[in-house]
Design a protein around this ligand. Structure first.
Ligand SMILES: C[S@@+](CC[C@H](N)C(=O)[O-])C[C@H]1O[C@@H](n2cnc3c(N)ncnc32)[C@H](O)[C@@H]1O
Length: 98
């Protein structure tokens, strides 16, 4: 792991718990952003740097049950928070460098 990745994890790891409550009003922005993407039923989408996966439910809704949703993040604590929030039901979560 290079220095940049280490710094990302050092920054975001301690912030994962409580991340969603720090930005409680972002929901409509995710819905609008996903609508702007123009994805359709059955499409495959990647949220690169998905964090706690706040955009994943909107992405799943856009592509439907036949679609593919991937959420990739470098910080294990962020993905752990995503699982605790149940977002692994909407997407396949990947610990990966996007
Ligand atoms: C500002 S947070 C945003 C998280 C999420 N997209 C949201 O809107 O709540 C940035 C996220 O990008 C992740 N990240 C930064 N560099 C990355 C990389 N090279 N590959 C994957 N994830 C990365 C961090 O771990 C962090 O979770």
């Amino acid at each position: 792991m290079d220095d940049d990745h280490t710094h990302v994890r050092e920054f975001f790891g301690p912030r994962a718990t409580g991340w969603d409550t720090r930005f409680p009003d972002d929901g409509p922005a995710y819905a609008a952003a996903v609508a702007d993407l123009g994805v359709s039923d059955g499409d495959a989408v990647l949220d690169a740097g998905c964090g706690t996966g706040r955009a994943l439910p909107a992405l799943r809704a856009a592509v439907g049950s036949r679609g593919t949703v991937l959420g990739a993040d470098l910080t294990p604590e962020m993905l752990g928070a995503a699982v605790r929030a149940g977002r692994h039901h909407d997407a396949r979560l990947l610990l990966a460098d996007a």
